[in-house]
Design a protein around this ligand. Sequence first.
Ligand code: PLP
Length: 383
Amino acid sequence: MHFRTRAIHVGQDRDPQTGAVVPPIHVASTFVQPGAGEWGQFDYSRSGNPTRKSFETTLASLEGGYGALAFASGMAATHCVTMLLNAGEHVVAGADIYGGTYRLLHKICNRSGIAVSLVDTTDLKALKAAIRPETKLLWLESPGNPLMSISDLAACAQIGHEHGLLVGVDNTFATPVLTRPLELGLDIVMHSATKYIGGHSDVLGGALVVGTKELYDRLYFVQNATGGVMGPFESFLASRGLKTLELRVREQSRTALQLAEWLVADRRVKRVLYPGLPNHPGHAIAKRQMSGGFGAMLSFETTGGFDVTKRVCESTQLFQLAVSLGAVESLIEQPASMSHASYDRAARLEHGITDELIRLSVGLEAFEDLRDDLDQALMKAGL
Ligand SMILES: Cc1ncc(COP(=O)(O)O)c(C=O)c1O
């Protein structure tokens, strides 16, 4: 079956009792056992829940994985992966990662004796050089956040595997519509389901998808032991989101490309970071590893400083000033003061996240309306 057919039918069986075409939301926290010491398919909702299972089954099919695990948030999903590591071990992560992942690695994992090095994973030589004997995990993000860097996932996975590492990627920006990392040889795909999967800014969730039973079992053990699972109502919303994922992502990506092309031609804009532009350093790789679009996230730098850039973000009317991304409504934000404020300033600037940078999450509105909104906001900010 095609992607969009699986998104609607796999894991979403009609209810056998009532014939309801949408599976019911199972809110029970516990399930009757066939006998003392005998286990049915479900026993306790932290360990497994039918509504969560439906979502996990659909997502695993869309990513081409053995199985998926759904979490209370994207960070709970990433944290679960880091809990596979022991004290004294080391993580290599991309420099262009979500601020919350940076915080988790530098300010939580370090307390358990896990070291981290950030490296530009678009530079394969630098990546090789960052791997140490105690490195166990390579954590990627492509497109990166907020600079839209494109890492060659297949090449990174090969290097990681040559050194015996687990290789995972935060696939939130690309979604399985555009990139399926397990098919490129990676071990773990992570999603903030809060974003494109939910798609309507009304659910918080996360997920991991893996290619093997062995890895699924290890992660399941940690998830069940630590408990950050997705609830049944969120699982229902995430399943509903998956049904329109392909249509939304394709259309939003198309509008993002139009906006990127418009911004490139504008003198008030210093540079535009979008992998769909031919002059983007990762364009050739993106063309190969993203199918049918380059995503709906784009960043650009204004020719003003911090304050003027802040004013641009505060002057849009359709683009709403908010962190997060991936929903039908367009959002605007200044990474320096918002999504990436948890970076140390020096580290932020070193990684190219400047004060003039603006990040857009392009929604489902019409291109012309979004263009006009940016135009008036740039003008209002004095540019
Ligand atoms: C790329 C990316 N990964 C992970 C996360 C964390 O997800 P959550 O907010 O669902 O914990 C976010 C949230 O903004 C994100 O943008």
